[in-house]
Design a binder for this molecule. Structure first.
Ligand code: PRP
Length: 189
């Protein structure tokens, strides 16, 4: 897939730029958890590629678990009402937890997760996200590791979807506005 997808307006980050960023992040995470490896939580589906690449750059005996959450909202915006579709398999009580996300937009999904993990008795909870949408957060939220700060544009690729498509693009790009417009016009409300 060397050519840019016809539905993508422009590439923001190449596969090589993403890899370099995650390598550096992995080294920092390795140093941070020198004494005790964390349970790494992958928030599916969007984070699947970030987690599979980033964890290979973490030189520690991490454990890996998965959650599937779904946020009610429109195609492009989260409402903040989060439903757990698949919960963790392991207990995180007394454990260091590292949540890996692809993107933090409104921050509402993450806020829900942080509260949820704290209630389960996690010893610490940190967040690593590949993308942070500048100025989009609706609440006060913090991520210890952020790959790239980006403008509040609709991005796809490397796990990020629009209408479940484009996740498998090896790069991240901005989707053409007409793709979103054409889909929205078919909706009743
Ligand atoms: C995306 C992304 C984050 C969340 C961020 O997931 O993976 O989990 O949105 O948005 P927020 O900061 O506004 O809450 P999405 O709900 O699109 O599901 P997906 O991971 O299955 O694509």
């Amino acid at each position: 897939m060397s050519n840019i997808h016809p539905d993508v307006d422009r590439m923001l980050f190449s596969a090589e730029e993403i890899e370099a960023c995650l390598r550096a992040m992995g080294a920092e995470i390795t140093a941070h958890y020198r004494d005790e490896p964390p349970v790494v939580i992958c928030v599916l589906k969007g984070a699947v590629y970030v987690v599979s690449d980033l964890t290979r750059y973490i030189d520690a005996d991490i454990e890996l678990d998965f959650m599937v959450v779904s946020s009610y909202g429109s195609d492009t915006k989260t409402s903040g009402v989060v439903r757990i579709i698949k919960d963790l398999d392991m207990s995180i009580e007394g454990r260091h937890v590292l949540v890996i996300e692809d993107v933090i937009d409104s921050g509402l999904t993450l806020k829900y997760l942080l509260r949820n993990f704290a209630a389960r008795g996690a010893r610490s909870v940190e967040v690593a996200a590949l993308f942070w949408k500048r100025g989009a957060q609706k609440i006060d939220i913090h991520a210890r590791w952020i790959g790239f700060e980006i403008e509040d544009e609709y991005i796809v690729g490397y796990g990020l979807d629009y209408n479940q498509k484009y996740r498998n693009l090896p790069y991240v790009g901005v989707i053409k506005p007409k793709i979103i417009a054409s889909h929205s016009s078919k909706e009743c409300m």
